[in-house]
Design a protein around this ligand. Structure first.
Ligand code: GLA
Length: 382
């Protein structure tokens, strides 16, 4: 958590609304492996990080509510009984969506003011959206004693994203952001929505992120397309989700699906297996195997699931030329954002510099390197 972020939102809130706010920090997440498996009821391996959204929130005594996105330098006033989605891509949809989904559960929120600011750039594939949604629902739950459990809250955040933002996301991001545990990654079963924490201490290795600083357009529609392709194949197989399919099952319906969709379903089945193998590798402290699985994940995302892009592929190829990087892959929804790298601690800085320089030469723009800590989930800051 960043103390300066918290101080900033607190100061801005007090200046704007002349009262003391409740302070909340809601983290973004990384994901070690298990990409695009969550909405297939499969396994993922995320962790909350020490970057995210700080929010200052308090009840309002007026007839309107206000939300102020400091990073966007954008402030809006709204009435709670007149909510509807703003135009696509607007930040306020995350806030409106959460309120609307709380109201859908027949819970009453009163007017409130919120100021928020973050230190994960949008589009980094680190779930700044889930962090924001969770901060809003968590804050409202505290202020208005809504009696929501953390499980309720993440489902509200997810629905907000489906119905107001328009992305039919799985549950990984909201879960990791809400339930994160310091120094742990969560091996999450997205069917039961239960996870097993794994303490992450890679000894002489560490995780490092490199942000391409690109986000290609159409990524939301491509995401929804992938999801519906998976669902239609599951329906063809007569199962609830691809989590229940084997490669042999898929074989049987080859004739009934396009070669592209066949590869996508195959990717999901294989990635789900890799995620379980990764849990075993971490238990055994077998970083070589973990790294190999991470590279294979990228390969599948690039060639089978087709959610990568040139910038991500380039950074993964850079990693492959360095023997100190045991594994690297794109992270999150794809089409931009970060790669996650499993690298020897002593070599991390040198690789980061070399990869950054190569990236600059190739794309004529800068990438950003993040050293992260695995951290606690959404919480009130005292
Ligand atoms: C986005 C979604 C998640 C998940 C990942 C891909 O981050 O919000 O639910 O599907 O993409 O693994």
């Amino acid at each position: 958590m960043s103390a300066t972020l918290i101080k900033d939102v607190k100061d801005i809130f007090k200046e704007t609304f002349n009262t003391d706010p409740l302070l909340i920090f809601s983290p973004g997440r990384i994901n070690i492996i298990g990409e695009h498996t969550d909405y297939n009821d499969g396994f993922v391996f995320p962790a909350a990080v020490n970057k995210g959204i700080a929010a200052a929130i308090q009840k309002s005594t007026t007839e309107v509510s206000t939300a102020y996105a400091v990073d966007m330098d954008s402030k809006i006033e709204f009435e709670l009984d007149k909510l509807k989605p703003s135009k696509e891509g607007s930040w306020e949809n995350y806030v409106f969506g959460v309120i609307a989904e709380i109201q859908n559960r027949n819970k009453t929120v009163g007017n409130f003011n919120i100021v928020f600011k973050g230190n994960i750039p949008g589009g980094a594939g680190m779930s700044s959206s889930a962090a924001l949604e969770n901060s809003v629902v968590f804050g409202l739950n505290e202020l208005f004693n809504l009696g929501l459990s953390k499980e309720d809250m993440i489902l509200i955040s997810q629905k907000a994203e489906h119905n107001y933002v328009g992305v039919k996301c799985g549950i990984m991001d909201q879960y990791a952001s809400m339930f994160g545990i310091k120094n742990n990654a969560l091996h999450l079963d997205c069917r039961t929505i239960k996870s097993k924490p794994y303490e992450i201490d890679f000894k002489d290795h560490q995780l490092m992120l490199i942000n391409t600083n690109v986000k290609h357009s159409l990524s939301d529609s491509a995401y929804n397309d992938r999801r519906s392709a998976c669902e239609s194949i599951a329906a063809l197989l007569g199962i609830k989700a691809l989590r229940d399919a084997t490669e042999a099952d898929l074989e049987i319906i080859t004739e009934k699906v396009t070669p592209e969709n066949y590869q996508k379903a195959l990717y999901v089945i294989q990635e789900n297996k890799r995620t379980e193998k990764a849990a075993k590798a971490i238990e055994d402290n077998d970083l070589e195997t973990l790294g190999t699985l991470i590279y294979a994940s990228h390969d599948g995302l690039q060639h089978q699931y087709k959610v990568s892009c040139d910038e991500l592929d380039f950074l993964v190829d850079q990693a492959k030329t360095n023997k100190h990087v045991l594994g690297a892959r794109m992270m999150g929804g794809g089409f931009g954002g970060c790669t996650i790298n499993l690298i020897a601690k002593t070599e991390a800085k040198a690789f980061a510099e070399a990869a950054s320089e190569a990236y600059k030469n190739k794309f004529d723009k800068a990438c950003s390197v993040y050293f992260i800590e695995l951290s606690e989930g959404t919480h009130v800051v005292k």
